[in-house]
Design a protein around this ligand. Structure first.
Ligand SMILES: CC(C)(COP(=O)(O)OP(=O)(O)OC[C@H]1O[C@@H](n2cnc3c(N)ncnc32)[C@H](O)[C@@H]1OP(=O)(O)O)[C@@H](O)C(=O)NCCC(=O)NCCS
Length: 150
């Protein structure tokens, strides 16, 4: 596994296209990329294939660290490595769990890096985050664009 860290908008168009699809179909990462495409991306490759990636969406002074691993490459430590690099590069990251796997992974990583990782329950936090996003980015993008367009 080889992980490259780059601002998203510095990738070539082919890689950007692949990364936009490496998320849930109507996933939040795509919405974040729409409003803020210059965040740091951490992309794990196996040769030329993307195993998974993390996108850091900076909201004010918070680093919202989003991870998606291709199902074929799960449970091989890809997300663990992405989080470790995220902590090293960004010092403090927020991660939002919304299922069993992410809950267990984030709690485990929090035990390892208690000062660097803040774990959020995404179902409770997403609405507040969305409002913050509109407040910060709403001059350029309407709530409709951010939440519904992609
Ligand atoms: C959550 C996700 C990122 C984990 O990626 P991964 O590369 O498989 O994770 P790793 O191999 O680094 O870590 C494995 C750990 O994750 C947790 N985990 C993974 N699958 C799990 C499952 N089915 N049930 C419970 N825990 C699970 C465990 O803590 C496991 O550690 P263990 O092996 O010591 O038990 C991946 O499943 C994913 O992309 N899911 C969809 C997107 C998502 O939910 N992202 C997180 C929120 S942004």
């Amino acid at each position: 596994m080889n992980i490259i860290i780059k601002r998203f908008n510095k990738w070539d168009e082919g890689t950007k296209r692949k990364l936009r699809h490496a998320t849930f179909v109507n996933g939040f990462i795509r919405k974040y990329l729409l409003v803020s495409p210059n965040g740091y991306s951490f992309v794990a490759f196996c040769d030329t294939q993307i195993m998974g990636w993390a996108y850091n969406f900076a909201i004010g002074n918070k680093n919202l660290f989003n991870i998606f691993v291709n199902p074929r490459f799960r449970n091989r430590g890809v997300a663990t490595k992405l989080i470790e690099l995220g902590v090293r590069k960004l010092e403090k990251i927020h991660v939002g769990h919304h299922n069993k796997a992410s809950y267990s992974l984030f709690k485990k990583m929090k035990r390892k890096y208690p000062k660097n990782i803040i774990v959020l329950d995404w179902d409770k936090h997403w609405e507040r985050m969305a409002k913050k996003i509109v407040l910060i980015f709403g001059k350029r993008f309407s709530f409709y664009h951010i939440m519904m367009r992609l």
